[in-house]
Design a protein around this ligand. Structure first.
Ligand SMILES: Cc1cc2nc3c(=O)[nH]c(=O)nc-3n(C[C@H](O)[C@H](O)[C@H](O)COP(=O)(O)O)c2cc1C
Length: 237
């Protein structure tokens, strides 16, 4: 099994330890990890070149295409983040911004419709769920249906070494349970859900009308080349 992890922080703190415990549930898996901001260090500047002229035009192409290629290969995508001011980290948001071109309204990766994903977040007391939602919003617009969110409140302490043992054990066992559930499931492609399919069909109508006005439009050409304007579907390929 191939797993790709996008760590929303470089710190080897609470989020890191939670992720490590989750990964212990996948012995023998090939794990590729990205740490943010190191592996996607620059902001999206809003040039929209990726959308309008193609992803190779992004000023950060070398970072983004490396991660994109890993996503394509992976059976399971794992995203982790502490809550920063009640949302995901700025570093994670920066990565998600760079992947706007992969949203269904633009040029989704067909493999995303069959992927499994896990989002691990935690906070001291508030914001862990909205941090997970920030990431889930993008994943679902990339076409992913099977998104598992697991979020924790630390409640007492943000230093891993000082966290009460009882609190640690509870979090670690929840993560091992989730890993055990996914161990088998993630070896087979996930089922594409109704919401992803609906989004696809609405955008397909839009792309058809864009294509009539401008057959050279980058997104339309991508949809056409994939056969999605015709009979092919990303979840069936
Ligand atoms: C800049 C910053 C903002 C934070 N904002 C919140 C917050 O809004 N709510 C909260 O409960 N915890 C907040 N925290 C605590 C983190 O969510 C997290 O529990 C803590 O950083 C420990 O995780 P780590 O060791 O993985 O960094 C914040 C921490 C930082 C550094």
């Amino acid at each position: 099994m191939k797993i790709v992890v996008v760590n929303g922080t470089e710190k080897h703190g609470v989020t890191y330890h939670l992720k490590e415990e989750f990964l212990k549930g996948f012995p023998g898996a090939t794990v590729t990890e990205y740490y943010l901001p190191k592996d996607c260090p620059n902001f999206c500047m809003g040039c929209v070149s990726c959308v309008l002229r193609g992803e190779k035009q992004c000023k950060d192409v070398e970072y983004i295409q490396k991660i994109d290629a890993s996503f394509k290969e992976a059976d399971l995508l794992v995203f982790t983040s502490p809550a920063y001011v009640a949302h995901t980290t700025g570093a994670m948001k920066t990565l998600l911004d760079h992947f706007a071109y992969r949203w269904i309204p633009h040029r989704p990766m067909k493999e995303m419709f069959r992927k499994h994903a896990v989002i691990i977040t935690q906070s001291l007391g508030a914001g862990e769920k909205s941090a997970a939602k920030d990431i889930a919003d993008s994943l679902s617009w990339w076409g992913v249906t099977d998104i598992k969110k697991i979020s924790f409140k630390l409640m007492s302490e943000i230093n891993w070494d000082k966290l009460p043992q009882k609190r640690k054990s509870k979090m670690l066992s929840a993560l091992s349970c989730l890993a055990a559930k996914l161990r088998k499931r993630a070896t087979k492609p996930a089922k594409a859900g109704l919401v992803a399919k609906l989004k696809f069909y609405v955008v397909r109508m839009m792309q058809k009308s864009f294509g009539k006005k401008d057959p050279e439009y980058t997104d339309f050409m991508y949809w056409k080349q994939n056969g999605w304007i015709d009979k092919k579907r990303p979840w069936k390929d």
